[in-house]
Ligand binder design. Structure first.
Ligand code: RP5
Length: 167
């Protein structure tokens, strides 16, 4: 399937976009074809159902789903497809994202959702995890993942050097 996205990023509301863009940035840096959609498990359940059911036949390999509060979007996606689903819990104003975290991570047995950290760190890690999954069959991504980690290492070493030499 030539132009189909390998990864789909879905979010429950436009209010999640700022966080979910972090996942998109990573996928862009790794040259992974992806799409971003706003699909709500409770406000547009028919769209969610169609999207989850058709994802595999469209050539999608991984779904990343971000949602807040009673964050059931990732679980709903996972119920509709056997593709790997990665859930990102959004920060919330009432409970700081603990509500989203528990709603996403505490899936009953049988329908797995790989859940990352709350908020932007979770969005970045969800995209990196998706890249790791794709890298099982794409050697070019293995090198890029290694280079990414090397860059993280350099940043820590630089920060350390600045502190130890700068006093
Ligand atoms: C969830 O409810 C969304 O994922 C969002 O994080 C949360 C609040 O949505 P809005 O009321 O901001 O649209 O469905």
């Amino acid at each position: 399937m030539e132009n189909s996205p390998e990864v789909c990023i879905v979010m429950g509301s436009k209010s999640d976009l700022e966080v979910m863009r972090e996942a998109s940035k990573i996928l862009r840096d790794f040259d992974v074809a992806h799409e971003i959609r706003v699909i709500s498990a409770h406000r547009t359940p028919d769209v969610a159902h169609r999207f989850g059911t058709n994802a595999r036949s469209r050539g999608v390999k991984v779904i990343i789903a971000g949602a807040g509060k009673a964050a059931h979007l990732a679980g709903v996606m996972a119920s509709l497809t056997t593709l790997p689903v990665i859930g990102i819990p959004m920060v919330t104003s009432d409970l700081g994202g603990l509500d989203s975290l528990l709603s996403t991570v505490q899936m009953p047995s049988g329908i797995p959702v790989a859940t990352t950290a709350i908020g932007k760190a979770g969005a970045i890690n969800a995209a990196l995890l998706a890249v790791s999954m794709l890298a099982l069959c794409r050697q070019d991504l293995v090198g890029k993942l290694e280079a990414y980690r090397q860059q993280l290492r350099k940043e820590v070493e630089l920060a350390d050097a600045e502190l130890t030499t700068g006093g």
